[in-house]
Design a protein. Structure first.
Length: 368
């Protein structure tokens, strides 16, 4: 059943963002039962002049053979334009719930701050390894997101005892959460003291607990170096292996969120995971980030550089995905983290990434 309501939002948080006039935005949102796949995205009656965007896209429907690079990223998924997403083409690859698979630690929750610090000093020590751009619902109730992420299927590190006393290391990079969304989209790399090789995964963390018994946890984890995953979802873009991902909701509050990857073999967006309800993070902010656990204890590993490109948010005024950098009040550039490798400049975080768009970043970690 469809109902409509009017929600008045007043921007109250600015943090360390660019100065700009804050305004009350009145949005007309559609509330849709969270048991359905969205057939249309928000189309409020109010109009708003969007930014000029000359990005060239790979049209939805285009198939690209495995091993063939792409010149342009896939067009962002718009249910209103492209229709329902395709069913998951690799359901057997999901490791969550399979015997013998241990779930990794959850990603960080980048909490609100009015002091310029990403987190309090009492937060877990691994937060020292992070580089973060926080995202906000200041001028819009963003109802989706899109990005191109490097995946690095062959990323590896030496045996754990050679560089840390911890039993496990994690790198979540890139990781992306739309403000107020249930679903965090992350490529993660991990290794424990008992592992003989690195685990390189594409994963979806369910902050609403819809798939995980009401407790926030991992909803889907797929190995990015599996042949089927690479054939369907990974293509080289601007010199490195990447995936194209999106998340969208028919509402922007306590509705359902739908996560997608572009499948180059079938030529369309496939729905990987759904989550409904309210986020358990404790706030309504999002982020695009490079984060890590326990890799900066005593040395700086040489790791492949990792990029996030074409980071966009879905604008309810225009029903389109716009570069998040077009809205300075909706992000901040306090990167945070006092990890050894950031502080001694062995690692660098560039936003925007040189030679790429304004809505991009790159973490340079010693191995291009």
């Amino acid at each position: 059943m469809l109902t409509k309501f009017t929600a008045t939002r007043v921007a109250t948080y600015r943090g360390q963002r660019h100065a700009a006039t804050l305004a009350t935005v009145v949005l007309v949102l559609q509330v849709v039962s969270c048991t359905r796949t969205p057939e249309a995205i928000n189309s409020p009656n109010e109009s708003h002049a969007g930014s000029t965007d000359s990005t060239r896209w790979l049209p939805v429907g285009t198939r690209v053979p495995p091993g063939q690079p792409i010149a342009f990223p896939p067009e962002p998924y718009n249910p209103q334009k492209h229709g329902p997403a395709l069913p998951n083409t690799t359901p057997e690859a999901n490791l969550v719930g399979k015997r013998g698979f241990t779930l990794p630690s959850p990603p960080h929750s980048f909490s609100p701050s009015t002091t310029g610090a990403l987190r309090n000093l009492v937060d877990p020590p691994p937060s020292k390894g992070d580089r973060v751009i926080r995202l906000f619902n200041t001028t819009r109730a963003w109802f989706g997101g899109y990005a191109i992420h490097d995946v690095e299927p062959d990323l590896n590190v030496p045996p754990i005892p050679t560089f840390t006393t911890a039993e496990q290391i994690y790198i979540y990079a890139p990781t992306f959460l739309v403000p107020n969304s249930c679903l965090e989209l992350t490529t993660y790399h991990s290794r424990s003291t008992n592992d003989t090789e690195m685990a390189n995964m594409q994963a979806w963390f369910d902050w609403c607990g819809y798939n995980t018994g009401g407790t926030a946890n991992w909803a889907m984890i797929e190995p990015v170096n599996f042949p089927s995953f690479k054939d369907h979802y990974v293509r080289t873009y601007k010199g490195k292996p990447t995936v194209a991902l999106s998340v969208v909701t028919p509402t922007s509050r306590t509705g359902c969120w739908y996560g997608h990857l572009y499948d180059y073999e079938v030529g369309g967006w496939v729905q990987k995971v759904t989550s409904c309800g309210s986020t358990q993070i404790g706030h309504h902010q999002g982020w695009t980030a490079w984060e890590s656990y326990n890799i900066m204890d005593s040395s700086c590993l040489t790791l492949p550089d990792i990029r996030a490109m074409e980071i966009r948010l879905a604008d309810p005024f225009t029903s389109s995905y716009v570069p998040f950098t077009d809205y300075p009040d909706d992000y901040d550039t306090f990167f945070g983290g006092i990890g050894l490798c950031w502080m001694n400049s062995t690692y660098t975080f560039s936003f925007p990434a040189p030679g790429l768009g304004a809505n991009s970043w790159v973490a340079k970690t010693g191995n291009p």
